[in-house]
Write a protein that binds this ligand. Sequence first.
Ligand SMILES: [Zn+2]
Length: 238
Amino acid sequence: MRAEEFLIERWTKKTVSDYYDHKKDLKFTNKDVRVSQPFDGCVVLRYRTVPDAARSFFRVAEYYDGKHYGSGVRQVSLPEFLDNWMDRQGNVDYFKFWDGFNIPDRAFRSWLKSARPLSNAEQVMVDAVRKNTQGQKKFCVIGVGSDDPDTIRHEMFHARYYLDSAFKTAVDGLIKSHKNHSDFKTIQRVLIKKLDYVNHVDEETAAYLYAGSQLKLVFGVDAKDLVKAFRELDKNES
Ligand SMILES: [Zn+2]
């Protein structure tokens, strides 16, 4: 028996046609992403699908996720990634429903220093970021894998919180005055215990309240009064 026979999967009609289709359009190009700058320093990359966004951003996101890998900030290897994310059916939920990413300038630059070689999708992302942040010290990159307005609103919250000091001050004030609200505490508890958040838990809670969707589904709370309070942030916009 030749060694390579071990590598051959059991072909079916579907796997054959999927395989050949996939080979045809594997190369990711800048046509696969739409880039915009809704305000100074905020670069938004919109992809058609969740896997397209994930393949562009998962390594930079994982770079900062040391808690999953037992150490600090560093490039994550393929075996580590698979051990951490792939289930027994071969699914990686990351590539199926993680539809929003936000990466501040320092994180982007630090990751890029040791990230090469880049995948096609990563190269497209890096080129777009460089082109749109020339001469800017402080910026934030948003990647979204759908046109879902709530996802975009959630990620824009992170960008504004980072880039707009008046917005940040207003948010911090709201967090301080609602920290003891039972719904606020419930959201934080779920973020930490079920969604593995360690850092920026206040900011993440605020992002969910500002977007105001999926609260019942993910956290089991309505939090209507909190959502109302965080939506007021839009009224202060200049
Ligand atoms: Zn978030």
